[in-house]
Design a protein around this ligand. Structure first.
Ligand code: ZN
Length: 211
């Protein structure tokens, strides 16, 4: 089995796992992985719950469609991350409920949407800026993501959902899940007096576990 066909199986397995746990639904959400000669990407209109590994879209290094079904209409979100962050091996974008809920809140800190609730959130996401709202597919959305991507491996699209880059497919998926759980905790704690991690505690984590 070639490494590309193994990767197609891994994308299919993790996408189904995400779908089965209700982290995305319908035909929403998309995953991509960098390969030696371009990217593999979930196809347009596909459901993450039932991907066909053979039909996963293959794109060349210029973003051109090489084989498989047509790629997701949100491919530009992924390409922006890869082009601005050379170390990126995979990108995950979900419409996961709690992250989307937080992306709709008025009065949040747009430079860093979620507070440091847990150590694992700080280690896997760290800082999460909000990308202003644009209609899906709008070129200004691609431009806004691109502007933030060089400094941030995770961004939250306003009234839409998260885009998370990782060194590997697993790390991108786990970081997206950590973000979703932290968004849920944030909403649970919104009306409670809460001890967030202190700046000093955050600094220790950043020092011990640089991303
Ligand atoms: Zn989307």
């Amino acid at each position: 089995m070639t490494s590309e066909s193994k990767m197609r199986d891994k994308i299919t397995y993790l996408a189904k796992s995400i779908y089965d746990r209700g982290l995305t639904f319908g035909s929403s959400g998309n995953i991509s992985v960098r390969t030696e000669d371009g990217w593999l990407m979930t196809p347009s209109g596909s459901t993450m719950g039932n991907l066909d590994p053979a039909k996963i879209s293959k794109l060349g290094n210029e973003g051109n469609h090489v084989s498989g079904d047509k790629p997701t209409k949100e491919a530009f979100l992924h390409v922006a991350m890869y082009e601005e962050r050379m170390q990126t091996g995979a990108v995950v974008h979900l419409h996961s409920t709690h992250s989307v809920a937080v992306s709709c809140l008025a009065g949040i800190d747009e430079s860093n949407v979620l507070p440091p609730i847990t150590a694992y959130y700080v280690m896997k996401i760290g800082k999460l800026p909000l990308v202003p709202y644009f209609p899906p597919g709008d070129l200004d959305l691609a431009k806004a993501v691109r502007e933030m991507a060089s400094e941030h491996h995770a961004v939250l699209l306003a009234n839409h959902g998260p885009v998370v880059a990782g060194k590997s497919l697993e790390s991108a998926v786990y970081a997206t899940e950590e973000l979703e759980e932290t968004a849920k905790l944030f909403l649970l704690l919104r009306n409670e007096k809460t001890r967030f991690l202190t700046p000093k505690q955050v600094a220790v984590l950043q020092d011990r576990f640089p991303s």
